[in-house]
Design a protein around this ligand. Structure first.
Ligand code: ADP
Length: 665
């Protein structure tokens, strides 16, 4: 039984599984990669946004805190300005040191004021309070210059002249009830910066007497160190926190050398670290600026907030800058990503398993079917294929099954046909052999018969001759005529027998040779030259090819056809015979055309039979064997002969001979 050869080899067994598995795996990996990329991209921006937001929230809290502190300072100041001792002192000033209202002396008011100042300092640890007279001399001062920083009413000998200080000159220029708020500076005593540093802010307000004359100023110095520490702790330990004043100069900075540099005639400005602060300094309405500062050493997320704290002068501002190391932020991301990776790895593992399972499920039945087909080929049975399976696989199996059945059916038919053909071929071969034997027998018979017939004929001819010679005188005229008939008949019979002999001999020249057609016909014409001249005819020889055959036979073929053309001519018409050849398929088609009497179509077959003639002997002489010769010669050469003719117009004899070139090939 035939086996199918073109089925895929074992090496390809994986192919279908892989063809399903590979795209699935690629899809899974690609989708996971996409998820990771999206997460990575979004995570960065989201984390930065969230950090910025947290920082902004914290700085808002810091701003509220700072403003509240300053507001409290201003309120304290306003409260002090309105206390009875201050008012009493102002009244006593214009009444020779005695308050006209209740008779209290100036000294009594000073003592009372000292008590009030001291009490206030007790509850407010970061302030000192002074009353400065209109000439700039400190009048009452309560600070923490006592032992171990205790509260002390400074004795008159230690009181200083503050008429030159900026806060004094600025405050005395203000109207009643207005408040001066200073810049934040380091505290100085007698012009020298106090160590350790005390960042101070001063709030002062002028005091006018009832007559509207300037009496002095009340001033509170507020040490901001505690406030700054508070703001710093609000920012959080892990954050870097800086404070700059309204000029951008640092007041608070992790690097000590950069704090209050302006107090030492240097500059350390926030713009150096945060170029965006430039905008904030020049645009007072700009509240918050968030962003990311990237540098070679460190990148950080920051939030800057502008805090204006003086209700009377919105230009008095602090810039709070809180920044968070981006690395810390991204650590969170790394932790998160690690989790994502773990989940993705799990998903990848599960989906790969699933993909393998799915591809196996699809591929296995197909591979099984392929193996069965490969193993059994056309002998595959329907029951071995999954033809009952629903879906495409079943459909495929059914198509295969049908194909196999169809193929088996055809194979059976072919085998049967082959058998029949072989029987027929054998039959044909046997018949051919029989036919060849019969032909041979016939040829021998014809030859022997005609040869043997010659003998009695020659005897008759000899005796007729003897009669004529020996009994010439005894024979009368009638007897001589009879003898003439006998002679004529024996000659004709001799010619007929010769014709038969020739017919029998045709094909006996067994050797085939390559013959130049044109030369052969020219030869024949040379032999017939006298006849041609006699009838005033013409033979036109076209281009003729090389042919392979028996020369004597082919010569006879052309000779018979040309002779007939010269013989069967119309009265008064000179015969013209043209001989041509053309290639038709794989053989040469020869034509011998004449302009003779033509042949009626009814006789087209008959004329090729032996001794068949269409005319009486006295009309056209001949034995009727010429065309029989021609037919046998052409057929012995494997060709065919036929004719086309029109009565009184002419005849064309066609015959085919195999192409010499093909033979060689
Ligand atoms: P023969 O020529 O000896 O009679 P053929 O066998 O050659 O015998 O021809 C048989 C007959 O076919 C001729 O008697 C003749 O009637 C006819 N025939 C043959 N060739 C021609 C021809 N070229 N034109 C007309 N008739 C022909």
């Amino acid at each position: 039984m035939t086996k199918t050869k073109d089925l895929p080899t074992l090496g390809n067994q994986k192919s279908i599984t892989w063809r399903i598995l590979l795209p699935l795996l690629l899809l899974i990996v690609a989708s996971n990669a996409l998820i990771v990329t999206v997460i990575m991209r979004q995570l960065d921006t989201q984390l930065i946004d969230a950090t910025e937001q947290t920082l902004a929230n914290k700085s808002e809290l810091q701003a509220v805190q700072f403003r509240a502190n300053i507001l409290e300072l201003i309120r304290d100041l306003q409260f002090l300005a309105g206390t009875p001792p201050i008012q009493g002192l102002a009244r006593a000033e214009h009444n020779d040191g005695v308050d006209p209202l209740d008779g209290s002396t100036e000294q009594e008011w000073v003592t009372r004021l000292g008590v009030i100042f001291t009490e206030i300092l007790k509850v407010k640890p970061s302030i000192q309070i002074r009353f400065i007279r209109s000439n700039g001399m400190e009048f009452i001062r309560v600070d923490r210059s006592g032992l171990d920083g205790s509260i002390r009413l400074v004795p008159p000998a230690e009181l200083q002249d503050k008429s030159q200080s900026q806060y004094f000159t600025e405050t005395i220029a203000l109207a009643e009830g207005r408040v001066y708020v200073s810049e934040i500076e380091l505290n100085r005593e007698f012009g020298k910066i106090v160590e350790p540093w005390q960042p101070v802010i001063r709030a002062a307000t002028p005091i006018y007497s009832t007559a509207g004359q300037l009496f002095g100023i009340v001033i509170i110095n507020h040490n901001l160190q505690a406030t700054f520490d508070q703001l710093k702790s609000l920012a959080g330990l892990e954050q870097q926190f800086q404070i700059a004043n309204s000029h951008g100069e640092y007041l608070v900075h992790p690097d000590e050398s950069r704090r209050f540099a302006f107090e030492y005639q240097r500059s350390s400005n926030i713009i150096e670290d945060f170029p965006q602060a430039q905008r904030m300094l020049s645009e007072p309405q700009l509240d918050v600026v968030n962003g990311v500062n990237r540098s070679a050493e460190q990148s950080s997320v920051y939030s800057m907030r502008s805090v204006s704290y003086n209700p009377d002068n919105p230009r008095d501002r602090l810039i709070l800058a809180t920044s968070h190391d981006l690395q810390d932020t991204l650590l969170v991301k790394d932790r998160l990503l690690n989790k994502v990776y773990m989940i993705l790895a799990l998903v990848l593992l599960l989906s790969t398993g699933l993909a393998i399972y799915v591809s196996q499920r699809i591929a296995t039945p197909i591979i099984n079917m392929r193996n069965t087909l490969k193993r059994d080929g056309m002998a595959t049975k329907s029951k071995d294929l999954p033809i009952t399976d629903s879906g495409e696989l079943g459909e495929l199996a059914r198509v295969f099954d049908n194909l196999l059945q169809e193929l088996s059916h055809r194979e059976r038919l072919l085998t049967a046909e082959n058998g029949e053909r072989k029987v027929a071929e054998n039959e044909l071969r046997r018949n051919n052999q029989k036919l060849a034997a019969l032909n041979k027998e016939l040829s021998q018979f014809t030859y022997i018969a005609s040869h043997d017939l010659q003998e009695p004929l020659r005897t008759v001819q000899s005796f007729v001759e003897l009669f004529e010679q020996n009994y010439a005188e005894q024979l009368d005229g009638e007897a001589k005529i009879f003898l003439g008939f006998i002679n004529e008949s024996t000659e004709r019979m001799s010619a007929l027998i010769k014709g038969l002999l020739d017919y029998g001999r045709l094909g006996s020249e067994s050797e085939l040779s390559v013959i130049d057609g044109k030369a052969l016909v020219a030869d024949v014409c040379a032999d017939l030259a006298l006849r041609i001249a006699d009838v005033g005819g013409e033979v036109v020889i076209g281009e003729l090819p090389l042919i392979k055959g028996r020369k004597t036979d082919l010569r006879l073929l052309f000779q018979n056809l040309i002779s007939n053309g010269l013989k069967f001519t119309q009265q008064g018409v000179s015969p013209v015979i043209s001989i041509a050849a053309e290639l038709s398929g794989d053989e040469w088609l020869f034509s011998v055309r004449d302009n003779g009497i033509g042949i009626d179509e009814d006789n087209f077959q008959r004329i090729f039979l032996i001794f068949q003639r269409l005319h009486a002997r006295d009309q056209y002489e001949g034995s009727g064997i010429g065309l029989a010769h021609c037919k046998k010669i052409v057929e012995l050469h494997g060709g065919k002969i036929w004719l086309e003719s029109e009565v009184n117009k002419g005849t064309v004899f066609y015959f085919t001979l195999r192409n010499e070139q093909d033979e060689q090939a």
